[in-house]
Design a protein around this ligand. Sequence first.
Ligand code: 7PJ
Length: 277
Amino acid sequence: MATLKCGGRVLDLDRPHVMGVLNVTPDSFSDGGKFIGREQAIEHAHAMVEAGATLLDIGGESTRPGAADVAVEEELSRVIPVVEALSGAVSAVLSVDSSKPEVMNAAVEAGAGMLNDVRALREPGALETVSGLDVPVCLMHMQGQPRTMQQDPHYEEVVTDVYDFLMQRVTACEDAGIARERLILDPGFGFGKSLQHNLRLLAHLDRFHDSGFPLLVGMSRKSMLGMILDKPVDQRLYGSLAVASIAAWQGAQIIRVHDVPETLDVLRVVEAIRQEK
Ligand code: 7PJ
């Protein structure tokens, strides 16, 4: 059985998992800062775990296209109290979505069992910091920086380019003393990618799965769905479920979503079919 050791918890990687998004930012695009209040965030976290989320991804820095940078003190004050309140109180693995070494350190100290870095540990000090922590880390591909990444994304061949980037980050991690067994990969849907880039990556996700690393994907409510459907963010549930099922079918083990119970139904059905492959 393939497993992932997340601090005190062990995740069975032979089946797909739902990671519930818990934003503690005032400007996150898809829930409009609805869960910015600490009490509300914690309440929402409990609801997602009760609905079956086995991971929660707690983020205090909005990485939506055009979003402003957040100072480290501000990010710490948004994220750490929520991790402290949930650690020990919920059965889910607590993941913290951050690129800042200070936040990563404090998060694991407060009980986080996983780190999620949209910059794939490219910030100064991030590799060294994670090397000293004993939790898995998700390495995500992003071209450019959130503020400008959607202006003119460009690839020679998007699947190969993203794959090669992730393998380079795997090597950088190993060189820094981070064991392969701690690494999770994510092609980074929507991060410096056109609609066609995103669709090609999803259509060829099995290539990433073939690398042998656990795969995390996040497409929930994203603008790639808005572009296909011509619908605003609050009307992208069915589109989100469609892409979740296509990712799970190709072996993605962690699906990062806003709509937990709906996605769980989809994953159960996909998994039942996959058993017969
Ligand atoms: C992702 C993420 C993603 C990983 C966000 C949003 C934007 N982390 N953080 N993968 N997206 N690993 O939720 O729409 O796709 S923030």
